[in-house]
Each structure stands twice: as structure tokens, then as C-alpha cells.
Design a protein around this ligand. Structure first.
Ligand code: ATP
Ligand code: MG
Length: 352
């Protein structure tokens, strides 16, 4: 709190003080029983004003300290939630501190309850995913065992539906683990080509069902990433490309290396995304015109998760699309620059 702001706040009190002082001096001067000299009156006025100024200065330092306690907490942001106010000496400040600390305590309690409930839900989802995987795997084995004994078409359809269930179960799992990502990743160098191939093989039934061809362009390239999470991101991009491309279309994966980054682009020849929706596709739950019209189940979580996870891995996603021509989503893997290398953020110290 500045002195100017303080004086502004106490302008009325200061004005009343001077009016009171003037009235006092005037009263003394007018009183016929008192023979007060002008200079004595002036001396009293200066003395009282000096005392009042000292009192005001003391009060200003106290108020400044009190206000600082709040501004410090405001600039501390979320950390201020664990920062109660110290006990105050005056009754007025004590009442405010008590109310403030009470709100803090209530907030902390509500937060702890919320976290506990969220963890509970997460644990339930994790165990549910774990449980559902067993019958899913059994259904897969059952379908394999029927190979050659049952007609091919329903078996293929069954495999496709099982793939879809697996895909959505995975999505649920990754969604619930998004917050605990930091505990579950392993950054290493991985070759992009086998990774892409693995994802395509996982979704082979959809490729066959929708009669969509796949081409992989570019040389093999290693990037620093986490295999499991990147596979999931790629899975979401490929599944979108499959979902929003008409039968007979084409999906292309292109690996490229540039000076500052490596990129992997998944492009399709599908229906494309309207320009005014393009900036929203990474939002949680956004399904857009295609999600609603393409006669497909859409939750709008795929690209949101892919984008969030990419950022956690130090990559990022960009998207280009033309309605009627297709969509291309690119994963950017910035090259890591090491100490002393060109492009490094640290400059080498001069050791001469
Ligand atoms: P989910 O992935 O959860 O099953 P979804 O595919 O609808 O549902 P996202 O993957 O997040 O959700 O995609 C968001 C929206 O972006 C989609 O609903 C669709 O409108 C649009 N979209 C994404 N990829 C493509 C694509 N390759 N071609 C056309 N539209 C796309
Ligand atoms: Mg999707």
C-alpha cells in the first residue's frame, strides 16, 4: 500500500482533525475568560499536528504490513492456500484473520475430500479396465478358436467389434492416467517405423473392413519418446483417419527429418474438417460436424488425449485439413540440443 493510497483512504479523518483543531483554537481565542496569545495557539496547533502525524505514520506502517500480508499471498498464487494469516494484535484484524484462516481450512478440507474421491474413482476405473480385459482376451481367444469352423464374415465382424471395445477400454485407461503420467513413462530412443507398423497391425481389422490402403513414406528415424504413450497417440490418429475416411480411401504415414525437428504425419483422404472447427478439435469432448454426422460413435476424447500426452512427452501436434480432400495430423519431435551445441539454450562459458 502506497502512502498516497493510505492518505486517500484517510482523507476524511485528516480533514475532520484539522476542522476540530481550528474549532478548538477559535474557541480558545473567543473565550473572554482565557487570555491566550496567537503564538501560544500556533504552538499548540503545531504540537498537536506533529503528534497526530506521528500517530498517522505509526498507523500507516501497521496498515502497510497488514495489506502486504494479503498482496504477498495474492502473488504467491496457489501456494497461498497453505499459508494462513498470523494472529493479529487488534480485534478488527484478528476477526479478519480468523475468517480468512477459516475459509482456508474449509477449502483445504474440501480439496482433500475431492482428491480422495477422485483417487477412489481412478482406482475403480483401473480395476474395471483390468477386469474387463480378461473377458475381452477370452473373447479374442474364442474367436480365434472358431477360425475355420464358423463363417468368415461374422468372425471378421466380431474381431472388428472386439478391436473397437479394446480401443475404447484403452482410451478410458489413458484418460484416467493422464494426471499420473509423471509416474509412468520411460523416455528412450525409438525407431518410428516399427512403432507405426505396430499401430497399423493393431488396427488391421478396421483397414480390411473399410478397404482402406496404407502407405508408409520416409526413412527410418529414431526419436526420444515413450513407446507406450506414443503408440496410444498414434492409435488415436490412425483410428480417426479410418473413422472419417470413406471406404476405398488412403492413409499415409510420412516420416521426415528437418534441422530442428523430426515429424510424423498421418494423412488421410477423408471428409476433412471445416476450417471454423479446426482450432477446436484438441478440446476435450469436441466432436464437431463430422463426429455428429459420420454415423460413428464419437466421444471427442481421442485428439484431446493425444494432444495432452504429446505435450507431456515434449512433442506437439498440428493439424491441417481441407473439406472433401482430407486431414493431416503431424506429431513434431523437436531435436534435443545438448550443452554447447548450436541451438542449445545455454551458451558455453569462456574458460580462458
Ligand atoms: P473418439 O476419438 O473419442 O472416439 P472422436 O474421434 O470424435 O471420438 P477426436 O478423436 O477427439 O474425437 O476428434 C475430434 C473431432 O475432430 C472428431 O469428432 C471429428 O469431428 C474431427 N476429426 C478428427 N480427426 C479427423 C479426421 N481425420 N478427419 C475428419 N475429421 C476428424
Ligand atoms: Mg478419435
Amino acid at each position: 500500500m502506497t502512502l498516497k493510497a493510505y492518505l486517500h483512504d484517510h482523507l476524511a479523518a485528516i480533514a475532520w482533525f484539522f476542522i476540530g483543531l481550528a474549532l478548538l483554537c477559535f474557541g480558545l481565542w473567543l473565550d473572554p475568560g482565557q487570555r491566550v496569545r496567537w503564538d501560544t495557539l500556533l504552538y499548540i496547533a503545531v504540537l498537536v499536528t506533529g503528534l497526530a502525524a506521528a500517530l498517522l505514520a505509526w498507523h500507516y506502517t501497521r496498515t502497510k504490513k497488514w495489506v502486504k500480508a494479503f498482496t504477498d499471498r495474492q502473488s504467491a498464487g496457489a501456494e497461498a492456500l497453505d499459508w494462513p494469516l498470523n494472529p493479529a494484535s487488534s480485534h478488527e484484524h484478528a476477526a479478519i484473520s480468523e475468517a480468512y484462516n477459516h475459509v482456508l481450512r474449509e477449502h483445504r478440507q474440501a480439496q482433500s475430500e475431492l482428491i480422495a474421491r477422485q483417487q477412489d474413482q481412478k482406482a475403480f476405473i483401473d480395476s474395471w479396465v483390468h477386469e474387463i480385459k480378461v473377458p475381452l482376451a477370452a473373447a479374442g481367444l474364442l474367436q480365434d478358436s472358431l477360425d475355420g469352423q464358423a463363417p468368415e464374415k461374422p468372425l471378421d465382424d466380431l474381431a472388428l467389434q472386439l478391436d473397437k471395445i479394446n480401443f475404447y477400454v484403452e482410451q478410458v485407461l489413458y484418460y484416467s492416467r493422464l494426471d499420473s503420467f509423471s509416474k509412468d513413462y520411460l523416455l528412450r530412443e525409438y525407431d518410428l517405423k516399427p512403432l507405426v507398423d505396430g499401430v497399423i497391425v493393431d488396427q488391421r481389422n478396421s483397414f480390411i473392413d473399410r478397404r482402406i490402403s496404407f502407405t508408409l513414406n520416409g526413412h527410418s528415424l529414431t526419436v526420444v519418446t515413450d513407446e507406450k504413450w506414443l503408440r496410444f497417440i498414434l492409435g488415436q490418429l490412425v483410428s480417426n483417419a479410418l473413422k472419417y475416411t470413406a471406404p476405398g480411401g488412403k492413409i499415409t504415414a510420412t516420416i521426415q527429418d528437418a534441422k530442428t525437428e523430426a515429424t510424423l504425419t498421418i494423412a488421410d483422404t477423408g471428409i476433412g474438417i471445416p476450417q471454423d472447427e479446426l482450432h477446436r478439435v484438441f478440446e476435450k469432448g469436441f466432436t464437431g460436424t463430422n463426429g455428429r454426422n459420420a454415423n460413428q460413435r464419437s466421444t471427442g476424447l481421442g485428439l484431446y488425449l493425444a494432444d495432452q500426452l504429446s505435450q507431456k512427452l515434449g512433442h506437439h501436434l498440428t493439424i491441417r485439413s481441407t473439406v472433401g480432400k482430407g486431414t493431416a495430423v503431424t506429431i513434431h519431435f523437436p531435436h534435443l540440443s545438448f550443452y554447447g551445441e548450436s541451438g542449445a539454450t545455454l551458451t558455453k562459458p569462456d574458460l580462458k
